[in-house]
Design a protein around this ligand. Sequence first.
Ligand SMILES: [Zn+2]
Length: 327
Amino acid sequence: VSGDTQLLMIEQPGERAGAGAGAVPWILDARGRRTPGYDDERRLAQVRAGLMRHRGVVAHTADASAGDVERVLGRLHEPDYLRALDRVRGGDPVLVATLAQPGLEPDTPVCAEAVASAREGIGTAIAAARRIVGGARFSYALCRPPGHHAGPGWLGGYCYLNNAAAAAQTLHDGGYEQVAILDLDLHYPNGTSALLERMTDTTLHSLHGSTGANLPWEWVRARTEREHLVAFRSAPAPDVYLAAVATSTHTLARCADAIVLSLGYDTVAGDPHGSWSFQAPVFERIGRLLAASGLPVCVVQEGGYALSSLAACSHAFATGLLDGSTG
Ligand SMILES: [Zn+2]
């Protein structure tokens, strides 16, 4: 290993014990039909295995307290929404229309365990961001469920609470003035976009294709001048996509002090929620572009559900990030 740059992988407490805790067994697709839920601890196990294959990756367990989680959530989500999640009882996942984004049909069921996992995901994102505040160059919140479809007062697309926004808020609280969120999940981050309105000094760049269950294309538009969207109506060639990533990372290198990377692996071939055909090496080149930005990077896990590809994707990403940072 050349150089001594590390990637601090922050694990979500309880996930490795696994057994599907907090994983909802179904979700509604864009046509309103039940489809199997793919967001469970097996995803994180695969991502973890790929990351740990690189010698520069060091594992830590998230150490944010429940109080830390509540304080950050209180800055991001609406009090009524947080209270409604607190009132969720029982293990049977149910759809709650009032918890969906206004104008959208609910697609993601809620149950007490899913909400508990979402809170642990927030704690994991906070812990990863604190490592950056503490001086680390790279950290990786190995969290689930994903968060970028969760808005101030709504849930959807597996997401209940917004992990990337929690990481960005933690960086602000730790003294970073200009924070950029770069979202490279396949799907448009409608939740992060809505939260941006209340997070001044935060910029969002998103590259995305399909908009996810129930979210019409017409809804995908920048809400503020701090939001930069690159939408692909059909699957782009890898070089086209990577050129757009490079444009974003070059821009952010000039205007941001740190990057929160909302990283989804659902752009790869075979993803059950995807439609593109990228191969794992794309993520090595993405990692190199992030390293070349020169900025600290706090990665937050979003989507990615192709179990047989996830380890190759995460290993490629770590390789590009770490080998790219040592020149
Ligand atoms: Zn996605």
